[in-house]
Design a protein around this ligand. Structure first.
Ligand SMILES: [Zn+2]
Length: 152
């Protein structure tokens, strides 16, 4: 399964890739050199909208994809075309949108004290991040994601 390193400005894309189960780092305070180094070491595909960064990747033999569009659906399409992205809904191996940690399925009873009453009433399936302990469920924001994914 491909692993990604998305450049700064591509935070939304990073979250989508994580939802789809792809191990994805997102460049924030890291330098370009750090991003390239980490990508080379861990076989990550650099995703960037900067031509100069793409050139650096090519020079250093790092897999990369250049994105022209600022639309996340277009970005995902480009990645899908080049790297055979597995797009399914609901995803099988979602990762944490916040920290890229892997998620473990939890029963409602296990998380009941950590979610709002309305959430408990409306949802049956929950996941917890192994790294930052954030709780996830397929809430209303999923409708957007579902729509975007369906159009790919
Ligand atoms: Zn997390």
């Amino acid at each position: 399964m491909s692993k990604f390193y998305t450049d700064s400005m591509l935070g939304k894309l990073a979250r989508f890739l994580r939802f789809l189960g792809y191990d994805t780092l997102y460049r924030r305070e890291q330098t370009v050199d750090e991003m390239l180094e980490a990508s080379k070491q861990n076989n990550r595909i650099v995703v960037s909208s900067s031509r100069s960064i793409i050139q650096l990747c090519k020079k250093n033999d790092i897999q990369q994809i250049y994105l022209k569009s600022t639309e996340v659906s277009e970005q995902l399409k480009s990645i899908k075309d080049k790297f055979d992205l597995n797009v399914i809904y609901p995803p099988i191996n979602m990762r944490c949108s916040v920290c890229n940690g892997s998620l473990t399925k939890r029963s409602k009873n296990e998380v009941i004290n950590r979610i709002l009453e309305g959430t408990a009433k409306n949802y049956e399936e929950f996941w917890e991040c192994d790294s930052c302990s954030k709780i996830f469920w397929l809430g209303s924001h999923w409708e957007d994601i579902k729509k975007t994914i369906a159009e790919l």
